[in-house]
Design a protein around this ligand. Sequence first.
Ligand SMILES: [Mn+2]
Length: 381
Amino acid sequence: MRFLHTSDWHIGRAFHNVSLLEDQAYILRQIVEIAKSQQVDAILVAGDIYDRSVPPASAVQLLDRIVNEIIQDLGIALIIIPGNHDSAQRLGFASSQLQQSGLYILGELSSISEPVILQDANGEVAFWGFPYADPANVRSVFTQEISTHDDAIKLLCDTVTGRFNAGQRNVALSHCFIDGSSESESERPLSIGGADRVNWQHFDAFDYVALGHLHGRQFKGKACIRYSGSPLKYSFSEEKHIKSVVIVELDAKGQCQIEQVSLQPLHNMRSIEGQLSDILEAAITDAHADDYLLIKLTDSHAILDVMGKLRERYPNILHLERPGLMAVKNEHAVQPKQNSAGELAMFGDFFNQVLARDLTEQEQALVSDVIAKLQHDGETQ
Ligand SMILES: [Mn+2]
């Protein structure tokens, strides 16, 4: 049995008010191509299909197209669980009818004991899907004393491992936070204060565990208990991530051979740090000037229309930070006596930007007087 594991598509997500739908369409098509060339039998998506419980129509249309390509055009089975961003009920629309066509949406907690069974030359593989559920939900469905995410996952795992058939290989899909794994800034916590952590040992009996929730690819405990990671970077904290999908070859005994196939985004997400003049010069030969950028300017003086200047070369700047300016400001915060000198210098820079010449001595004196008067007024108010 050969399958592709992915998760955290977050279709419909925007980043710094820029819609990522085109990037998502591009990357999902790439995943379909990988599934085709790798000749997998199934694709597993371990939650957070959509970014919101009520996704925009354009996101639903994109998923619809991708599902058609996977099931109808390629004849590959698609197994999905909802994550904490999805609405299990909405995602699960018509799911029992769709099973006949090869689309398996495992969104019902009460049905976790009914796995998807796929056959290969070596026999049956059971795919057990755990839809994302908080402890209160698990408690109400199973009427057992469940107070933590760890209790909940343990119960779900114990429930299905008790139903394993001899000779059958077993794969789990789960959307949870395995204790000790690394987070990114684009994940929404499942609960506050670390109470969402679960032990990987609960999954020990499965031959492979396809995890979702954490956006960085990683495994915990065993190589076969694994997060595929999101297919795109959804925060600048993921700048150094390599985004990929997992291709799993499950042999007759349930041993896994794991390969990670890298994805190439339409726009990379990265940060650039330096002086404005250096950044603008380097941009001339930057072959990836349309990447999504975080720019950190180290210049310590005020610059007029800095965003306009940068956007001429880098059209997709999503965020601008001015650590240089902050440093100057902070210096003033601890040394208030330098305030007037700092403000005069700042105004001098501004004046130079607008009129392309320095203040004369007379003008400097005039501006100093105004600054001093403003400060005096501010103090006596
Ligand atoms: Mn997610």
